[in-house]
Structures are given as C-alpha cells and as structure tokens.
Design a protein around this ligand. Sequence first.
Ligand code: FAD
Ligand code: FMN
Length: 448
Amino acid sequence: VTSDPIRWLWAAALVGAWLLLALGIALIRRRRAQPVSASADAVLIAFASQTGFGESLAQMTARALTEAGLAVRLVSFSELDLQALTTARRALFIVSTTGEGDPPDSAARAVRRMLSEPAKLDGLFYGLLALGDRSYRDFCAFGHALEGWLDRSGAARLFDTVEVDDGEAGAIRHWQTQLGQITGHAAAPDWAPPAYDRWRLVERALVNPGSPGGQAWRLAFEPVGAAPDWSAGDIVEVGAPAQPGEPAPAHREYSAASLPDDGRLELLVRLMSRPDGSPGLASGWLTGRLEIGGEAMIRLRTNRAFHGPSPQTPMILIGNGTGIAGLRAHLKAREAAVATGGAWLMFGERTRAHDAFYDDDLQAWLAAGVLTRSDRTFSRDPEGGYVQDTITRHAQEVRDWVARGAAVYVCGSLQGMAPGVHAALEAALGAPRVAELLETGRYRRDVY
Ligand SMILES: Cc1cc2nc3c(=O)[nH]c(=O)nc-3n(C[C@H](O)[C@H](O)[C@H](O)COP(=O)(O)OP(=O)(O)OC[C@H]3O[C@@H](n4cnc5c(N)ncnc54)[C@H](O)[C@@H]3O)c2cc1C
Ligand SMILES: Cc1cc2nc3c(=O)[nH]c(=O)nc-3n(C[C@H](O)[C@H](O)[C@H](O)COP(=O)(O)O)c2cc1C
C-alpha cells in the first residue's frame, strides 16, 4: 500500500469522478424512465364511455398522437381529477351521452366532484368529441354540459366541438382532421371501424311461445373463419342487410349470451315491431328472414364498463327480459373461473309458464353453487311484481351482500326497469352508498 499523498489524492479524485458519472447516469436514466404521461406537455385524453365506442375512439386518438411523436396521457373519467386538468396544457375529451341525456356511469364521480362549479382552467386548450344519437331527445347532452363547464372554467377551445350522430363516419373523419391541429399532420390515418366477421346461424328457437310479451328468440352462430375473443359483458354488433332504398346495413347491438369457450356466439333477441306494425329491421331479420345456415355480418366490441369483477367478489345480477343474455354470460364466466364469491340473480319477466328464459341453465347453476340464490318474479302471474320489488322485499339481504363487498350488475330495459332498480337500491342502501358504488365501479349497467 502506498503512502505517497499525491497518489492518494489522484485515487480519491478518480473515485469521486466515477461516483459523479454514475450519479449523472442514474439521474438521466431515472428521468427517462418517468412516464411521458406525467409531463405537462403530454396531451391529456379523457374518455367517458358507457358501451365502449368512445373508449375505442379514445384509444385510436391516443395512437394517432403517439405516432406523430407526441406524449399522451389516456385516462377514463373515472380516474380524472382537477389536478390532471390544471397541470395539462392540452386536453382532448371523448364523451358519450347515455340514458335520457345522462353522463356515462364512469363519469359520475367527475360530475359530482368537478363539474358542480367552475374551476380555474385558464391555461388549458381543449378539443371535444361528443358522441350521441339524434333519435334521443337530448342529443349529446353530456358533451354539451362538459363543454359549458370547460368554457365557464376559462379553458380555450382548440376547435369547435365535434358531434357524432350514431357513429357517423364523416364526423369521426372531421375529428381526425382536427387532430391535425395538434399533430401538425394534415393527413389522417384511416379509422374505418373493424371489419365485420362472417358468422353462420346454426340454431334458432322461439323461447316463449304463448307469452303475453313479444317473441324472444335464442340464436346461435358459429364463426365461418377464426373466432374472435370476447368476454362476458361485451357487445355484439350485427350488420343487418340494407333495406331497399337504404345504402348501408343497419347496425344494431346485442349482448353476448355465451363465451368463446362455448364455440358459438349466442344471442337472445326480442322481435320488435315498428309503429306501423312491421317487424323491426334487425330483430325481424335475425328472428325470421335469416335462414338457418345463412350468414350474418357480426363484430364484437369490448365493453370494459360491463366486464365482471374478480371471482372472489360476490355478484348481484339484476335484469329483465332479454337482459338475461348479458347476465348469463357473466354466470358462465363465474362457472369457468370456479368463482368463490357467490352470485345472486334477480330477474323479472311476464309469466313463469312462458318467460322463464334459460331455466335449465339457471337450475343447473343453482345445483352446482355457481348461483347461490335466484329470485325470479313474473309481473303477469297472480303473485305479480317487478324485479325492483325483489330488491325492496329483500333489502336487508341486499345490504348484507353489499357489506360483504358485492358488485351489482344490471342488464335489460332502460325504460322502467333500470330507473326502478336504481330507486329500489337507493331505498335499500341509501343514495350516497349507491352513488359510491356507481363511482367505484361496483354498480355497473348495460341497459338499452
Ligand atoms: C348495448 C345494447 C345491448 C342490447 N342488447 C340486446 C339484446 O341482448 N337483445 C335484444 O333483443 N335487443 C338488444 N338491444 C336492442 C337492439 O340493439 C335493437 O335496438 C332492437 O333489436 C331493435 O332493433 P330493430 O332494428 O329490430 O328495430 P328498429 O327497426 O330499429 O325499430 C323498431 C321499433 O322498436 C323501437 N325500438 C327500437 N329499439 C328499442 C329498444 N331498445 N327498446 C324499445 N323500443 C325500441 C323503435 O322505436 C321502433 O319503433 C340492445 C341495445 C343496446 C344499445
Ligand atoms: C341506452 C342508451 C341511451 C342513450 N341516450 C342518449 C341520449 O340521451 N342522447 C344522445 O345523444 N345519445 C344517446 N345514446 C347514444 C349514445 O350516446 C351513442 O350510441 C354513443 O355512440 C355511445 O358511445 P359509448 O359506447 O362510448 O357509450 C344512447 C345510447 C344508449 C344505448
């Protein structure tokens, strides 16, 4: 070992320099490892979607910006807070309207916490894509409410709000063009919706002959090519052939009643009739004119807002009519996952004799313990009642299930059933608790 002080000084200086270099590299790496999204330069993309269409557009928007070299932060309204808005310089909002002019359930928390009074968003520039359907009275009502709040909060528009009527392709192209203001690229990539797949109708049966309600048909399709993947809660988009005088196929949505492991896609379709008595366009074709062995153009849409909870979470499944289709897919998923949380079905229809849809499945699931409890109520039978009355009658058990962590899933009619169920839940649990369940994703709805 040397005792020369000069050598010692050199050694200490070298070690010091090495330590400084290592520290510098670590700092640079740390900065690089930080999510780009955390930066104020990242464009905030916030979506509120009830049935998955807006979420898919938000993902495509994020991809377009990322491909143009921009940093983005993609968030659902369920995670959105004021801090994210005040730190962002640019934000894009993609929001749909549901119910009767209502915000999507995932926006309930943001509406209560943020939108109740103006904020201070002077530094924010925003663009808004409002999804809706002109056949509803309050077209794009939530998009307009959000726009009003942003304006009152001092945010400035990057461009005029783009309204989309029933997924209209021209409006979506307009949104893409407007994105050019942010990316600096005029050319917009093609955002054509995913192509339909070919499916063959292999089985169809009327499940409620003699019912006082409209005809309900079980349909089963097999894929002509490779079967896509899907989960319980996802939506089946059917392109029914164009009618004479109409240029494009009619696009209608149905709840998937089966899972990919079944090897087939099952639907439960109610035959609708138009005011003049003629059959509904898509339901008339699916339940009648489409022949067994005939092909249908179908694509599956992810609907994360109605995906199931963990197998350990107890589930209360509530529905009426064809809403049992979406609930059945969840019960199939619970069976496959050997779920331990338990499941309680509450279902309402007209008569037990004719409308006990999927009775065999339900009995088997009760016997196997997949269903812990089943309460079906039939409004035209002597004991009468609607599904919401079941909640009221068993309010204490509903409270117990929710206290044990149960998630509540509602599928079926928007008219009558969904508001009735909501009111009964509020009476049983208290309105603040129901709001909390909705805001935290423990109360989910797929109603139409
Ligand atoms: C997310 C979602 C999931 C759905 N899941 C199912 C399902 O699992 N099974 C099922 O049978 N249907 C389901 N529907 C409804 C379905 O998409 C169609 O609206 C329905 O089949 C009628 O379409 P159509 O072309 O036959 O009737 P159209 O020719 O469009 O219209 C027929 C008549 O029925 C009225 N009408 C249309 N839709 C409804 C409605 N939903 N409620 C009340 N009146 C209506 C119209 O005002 C019109 O008078 C779902 C809808 C959504 C949005
Ligand atoms: C049950 C239901 C209720 C709806 N209510 C409205 C409405 O009140 N106003 C409107 O403009 N659009 C309404 N729509 C149309 C949706 O906003 C439109 O289909 C939108 O593309 C859905 O986007 P999402 O999948 O991201 O939720 C409704 C759609 C459904 C299925």
